[in-house]
Design a protein around this ligand. Structure first.
Ligand code: HEM
Length: 502
């Protein structure tokens, strides 16, 4: 959508740009959330940018984000055009990037029917607990491969949740290799600045033989669709023959009351988009957790003290402990506040012209909720926003201030907020509780015996997601019985019907 300034309208404040190109070359690509946070001192809680004709509104405080994306959700819940990724690679059918038309409404209704409330997730809590025990076991046995263990565990849980697959034993599994390559390709396509057509949409008129980006994206879309349909069909066949009792997302989607008119092609894409949306965000959060534990050893010690009191030392933590472990929840909330994995979330777009606080916001405006800044809103979090302090989420008795309040905005806003957040919170809870119950997470030491704790400034970003600095850990059992208990848990998991199906 190219919208040129309408005469006589008062646009929100923002940096002055060049003729035609507007602010295109003023917006940093890497870590623009930090610059946007800084710019609010000059331009206020929301400001306007013009990226070669594309109007952009950056929302920097909770008030503005809630006023627009939640109170006016009917107008602020579409997505901007993502030409290469959303329209060609995903063929306009991935839930995350699709606009707010009929397909979105059907996929949203299907997903919300399946896991909109934490209690809907009971069927998958067993697989999450199983994966947590396997993760803790692997981390202690080979700490040097800690990041691969996290990836394996997260992918395995999501694949079981979506397709009812048995646990993944290796990242070399051909389906996983395929999916990870697809995600890397999608990330490259979404990355701002990689494809000129995103800023010069007229290039979309070029026929495929004249535009390599279009040829490649059309080809990849066909290959991906074939794979996603095959994965969906596998669940469908065993569902129809009644071979196994299944609780996976795809199996539930096959029940007429949950389908909301979606055909097999759309269902296959919905299932795949859950994997795409959930995998990198969840694994990055767990990697941040590991790093936080060496950066803030006192937080780790406090959590372990509570685990000892509530769980004891003769069994691994379970979901029944969740209510009694507020400090673990406070760590999760503070992690997602302090370093949100997606600091500018996913942009929303307006469906009609609007006015806010006397300023004109044209139809088709790309709205960026600057989660980084909103998570540092002093009106909400006080003056110590730069401190990592789980206690800010607890009352004087150490209970969660408001168990229903996320305590951060890392899951986005309004209708488009993350539909997988309860899945994500539960995965984080059981993984973090089990790992901290089992092991001390320590920094490795250099040749002089000095602990190596990289500075948080060395965090890594691809421009969309934020990952912790590269680091290594020394992960050691907290007490003698840990390995025996985890070994037993692992054997039980491997013997269970879900796992022995392979
Ligand atoms: C800590 C982990 C996670 C974080 C931080 C996260 C964050 C987000 C954010 C910021 C959005 C965009 C919200 C907006 O537009 O306002 C989103 C959307 C979405 N997430 Fe998550 N997510 C996580 C885990 C998951 C998981 C595990 C799943 C699936 C099981 C999932 C599925 C989705 C889907 C399908 C959408 C698109 C919703 C829509 O466009 O309406 N996410 N997530």
């Amino acid at each position: 959508v190219i919208v040129y300034r309408k005469r006589g309208e008062r646009y929100p404040p923002g940096p002055r740009g060049l003729p035609l190109l507007g602010n295109l070359f003023q917006v940093p690509i890497r870590k623009n959330w930090v610059d946007f946070h800084r710019w609010q001192k000059e331009y206020g809680p929301f400001f306007y940018l013009n990226l070669a004709g594309q109007p952009v509104l950056v929302l920097n405080t909770r008030k503005v984000a809630v006023d627009l994306l939640e109170r006016r959700a009917a107008n602020y819940s579409s997505r901007p055009r993502f030409i290469v990724s959303g329209e060609y690679l995903n063929g306009r059918c991935s839930m995350i990037l699709v606009d707010d038309g009929d397909l979105y409404l059907a996929t949203d209704a299907s997903f919300k029917r399946i896991c909109t409330e934490p209690q809907d997730l009971n069927p998958i809590s067993t697989l999450q607990s199983d994966e947590a025990a396997l993760l803790a076991y692997d981390l202690i046995r080979s700490p040097e491969q800690w990041s691969s263990h996290i990836l394996r565990s997260v992918i395995s849980s999501i694949m079981s949740l979506v397709y009812d697959l048995p646990p993944l034993t290796s990242l070399d599994d051909p389906t996983i290799v395929f999916l990870l390559e697809a995600i890397a390709r999608l990330d490259e396509a979404i990355y701002p600045g990689n494809f000129a057509v995103e800023f010069i949409p007229i290039l979309d008129w070029l026929p495929p033989w004249m535009a390599k980006w279009k040829r490649d994206a059309i080809r990849d879309h066909k290959v991906w669709t074939a794979k996603f349909e095959k994965m969906f069909d596998t669940v469908k066949s065993s569902f129809l023959t009644g071979e196994t009792e299944q609780s996976s997302f795809c199996a539930t989607l096959l029940k007429p009351e949950a389908r909301h008119g979606l055909n097999d092609f759309e269902s296959a894409w919905l299932a795949a988009s859950l994997f795409m949306a959930g995998y990198e965000t969840s694994s990055s959060s767990l990697m941040w957790f590991m790093y936080h534990m060496i950066l803030f050893p006192e937080v780790q010690a406090k959590a372990q003290e509570q685990l000892d009191q509530v769980v004891g030392r003769s069994r691994v933590p379970s979901f029944t402990d969740a209510k009694h472990l507020p400090y673990i929840w406070a760590i999760i909330k503070e992690m997602l506040r302090w370093r949100p994995p997606a600091p500018i979330a996913v942009p929303h777009a307006t469906s009609a012209d609007d006015y806010y606080e006397g300023y004109f916001i044209p139809k088709g405006t790309l709205c960026i909720p600057n989660v980084w800044s909103i998570n540092r809103d002093p009106e909400v979090f006080g003056s110590d926003v730069e401190d990592f302090r789980p206690e800010r989420h607890l009352d004087a008795n150490g209970n969660l201030k408001d168990a229903l309040d996320e305590g951060h905005f890392a899951f986005g806003f309004g209708h488009r907020s993350c539909v997988g957040r309860h899945v994500a919170n539960n995965t984080l809870f059981i993984d973090i509780a089990t790992v901290l119950w089992s092991a001390k997470i320590l920094p490795v030491k250099d040749a002089n015996g000095k602990p190596i704790v990289p500075s948080v400034d060395q965090e890594v970003t691809d421009g969309i997601l934020l990952h912790p600095p590269e680091c290594q850990f020394n992960i050691v059992s907290r007490f003698d019985e840990v390995e025996m208990i985890l070994q037993q848990a692992r054997e039980d998991v491997m013997k269970s019907t879900r796992y022995s199906r392979d």
